[in-house]
Design a protein around this ligand. Structure first.
Ligand code: AMP
Length: 386
C-alpha cells in the first residue's frame, strides 16, 4: 500500500485537561514545535501552530494555521509561545498585547539581531568577542583595521546554521565578503566580529518560571559540521568552573528580560574563560538529549513555565550523546538494534544538509557510551565529520 499521509488533526479536541490552560498556540511548526507538543500530551494540553508550511513536522500533533489564518489561530489558544525566533516581531507583539506570550517579545527583539544581542551581553557584563557594526564598505575597512584579521563578517539578522557569514582571512577577501554580504546592509547593519580562538563550543539551557524560579540544565559540548550542529555531549566534560560562569550569565539574561520559558546561551570556551556568542529564546537542538537524558526535558519544562505549572527536575538521568540526523534517514531497525539508543525522526523529506531527526545515545552502562556512539555513527548515512 502506498504511504498515506497520517494526521491526527481531525481528532483534535481537548476533553480532559485538569488545568485551566488547555491549548497552547506555538509560533512555528518545525520539529521543536512537534517535541513541545509531545511533551505535554500526557497532561491533556494540546498545541496548535502558526506555520505557513502545511507539511511541517508539528502537523502530526495539532492543527496548523497559516499566517492568513492568524485570527483563527489567536481564537484557538489560551496562551502563546514560539519555537522559531525569526517569527515576525509584529505578530509576537500583537499576541502579547491581546493575550499572553512567553517568552516576552522583547527577548525576540534582542535575539533577532546579533548587534542587539552582543550589546545587551556587554551591558550585563557578559564577555563577548570584540565587535563593530558595519553600515558601509568604509565601515568594513575600518573594522578590519580596528579588529585585525582574521575576522568574521555576519549578517545581523536572519542568519542560522552558519549561513550569512564570511571569514575574512586577508585583505584580498574584503571585496568578496562585501559582494556576498553587503546587500544585507540595506535591511540592517552587518556585524564584524574578531575571530576567536576557542577550544570548544558549549551551551547552557535554563528555564525560568512565571514566579521567577530558575533551573539549569548542565553545560553541554557541541560539535558542528558545515555550520550545522552534529553532536552534543551532555554533560560537557571538565567544565566545573565554567558551569558557574555560564549559569551566572544566563541568569542575568533571564532576569533582565523578565523571561518565562527556556532560554539557550551558546558560548565559546577560550583560555581566558567563556565568551558568549548568541542566545536562542527557545528550546534548542543542543537540549534534545534531555528528552531521555534529563528527569524533565527542556520541552516539558518550557511548556510547564508557559502554562504556569511547577518546573521539573533538570538533573541528568545518565551521561548522553545526541547526534543529529542530517540529510538522509539511517536504517531504523539497525539503529534500534543497538542498546541504549533513542531515535527521533521528524517526518521531514530527505534533503542534503537538512536536519531530519536526532538520536540520543545513553547506554545503561555509561562506560559503553563512546563505543555505542561509534556504532551509531557507523550506521549514519552522513557521518558529519565523525
Ligand atoms: P553563529 O551563527 O554565530 O553561531 O556561528 C556559527 C559558527 O561559526 C559558530 O558555531 C562558530 O563555530 C563559528 N564562529 C562564529 N563566530 C565566530 C567568531 N567570532 N570567531 C570564531 N568562530 C566563530
Amino acid at each position: 500500500m502506498p504511504n498515506a499521509p497520517i494526521s491526527i488533526n481531525n481528532f483534535y479536541t481537548v476533553n480532559h485537561c485538569p488545568h485551566p490552560v488547555k491549548t497552547v498556540g506555538i509560533l512555528g511548526g518545525g520539529q521543536l514545535g512537534l517535541m513541545l507538543a509531545q511533551s505535554v500530551l500526557p497532561f491533556g494540553i494540546r498545541c496548535v501552530f502558526l506555520e505557513d508550511a502545511p507539511d511541517c513536522p508539528a502537523r502530526l500533533l495539532g492543527k496548523v494555521y497559516s499566517s492568513e489564518q492568524f485570527d483563527d489561530f489567536m481564537r484557538a489558544c489560551d496562551v502563546y509561545t514560539l519555537e522559531f525566533e525569526n517569527t515576525p516581531l509584529s505578530s509576537a507583539q500583537m499576541l502579547e498585547q491581546q493575550s499572553t506570550l512567553y517568552p516576552p517579545s522583547h527577548a525576540l527583539f534582542i535575539a533577532q539581531d546579533r548587534l542587539n544581542e552582543k550589546r545587551l551581553f556587554n551591558e550585563l557584563g557578559i564577555t563577548t568577542v570584540p565587535f563593530l557594526a558595519v553600515h558601509s564598505f568604509a565601515d568594513l575597512k575600518t573594522a578590519c583595521d580596528n579588529l585585525g584579521l582574521p575576522l568574521v563578517l555576519k549578517t545581523s539578522r536572519g542568519g542560522y546554521d552558519g549561513k550569512g557569514q564570511f571569514v575574512i582571512k586577508s585583505e584580498s577577501d574584503i571585496d568578496t565578503a562585501w559582494r556576498e554580504l553587503g546587500k544585507a546592509c540595506k535591511v540592517a547593519p552587518l556585524i564584524a566580529e574578531g575571530f576567536i580562538k576557542f577550544s570548544r563550543e558549549v551551551s547552557i539551557i535554563a528555564v525560568r518560571s512565571q514566579q521567577g524560579e530558575i533551573r539549569y540544565y548542565p553545560l553541554v559540548e557541541n560539535t558542528h559540521h558545515n555550520g550545522i550542529l552534529a553532536k552534543t555531549v551532555a554533560p560537557a566534560p571538565n567544565v566545573e568552573t565554567l558551569t558557574t560562569q555560564a549559569q551566572e550569565n544566563v541568569k542575568k539574561l533571564l532576569e533582565h528580560l523578565n523571561y518565562v520559558g527556556v532560554l539557550t546561551l551558546e558560548l565559546f570556551v577560550t583560555d581566558t574563560g567563556l565568551i558568549a556568542n548568541e542566545i536562542a529564546p527557545r528550546v534548542h537542538n543542543s537540549g534534545h538529549f534531555s528528552i531521555e537524558g534529563s528527569v524533565c526535558s527542556q520541552f516539558e519544562n518550557h511548556m510547564r513555565a508557559v502554562v504556569g505549572l511547577p518546573l521539573g527536575d533538570t538533573s541528568m538521568v545518565k551521561p548522553s550523546v545526541m547526534l543529529n540526523i542530517i540529510g538522509n534517514y539511517p536504517n531504523l531497525s539497525q539503529i534500534l538494534a543497538i542498546e541504549g539508543v533513542h531515535y527521533h525522526g521528524y517526518d521531514k523529506s530527505e534533503r542534503e544538509g537538512r536536519k531530519i531527526g536526532h538520536i540520543t545515545i545513553m547506554p545503561t552502562d555509561s562506560d559503553k557510551l563512546n563505543e555505542t556512539v561509534d556504532k551509531v555513527v557507523g550506521l549514519l548515512v552522513n557521518k558529519l565529520g565523525m
